[in-house]
Design a protein around this ligand. Sequence first.
Ligand SMILES: [Zn+2]
Length: 78
Amino acid sequence: MEDASLDEFGDSDGGEGDDKEGTEQTAAPTEESPTSTESATPTSSVDPAGTDCKECGSSTERQWFDGGTLVCRDCKDW
Ligand SMILES: [Zn+2]
């Protein structure tokens, strides 16, 4: 038992320390990105002057991107 754990310890200690610096940046953010983009990426556009909705034509201050088109809240396909 003592022999095994000692061996494991020394092995992972050296390998981890060496790997960390090179791997950290490439491996870590991959899974976080798709999740955080949903709330972080601007999906809506705010224009205080008001913009005409491309779907119904009503003027609205805030519009949402729906398939690349800015539409009002009523036209947004939630
Ligand atoms: Zn609309």
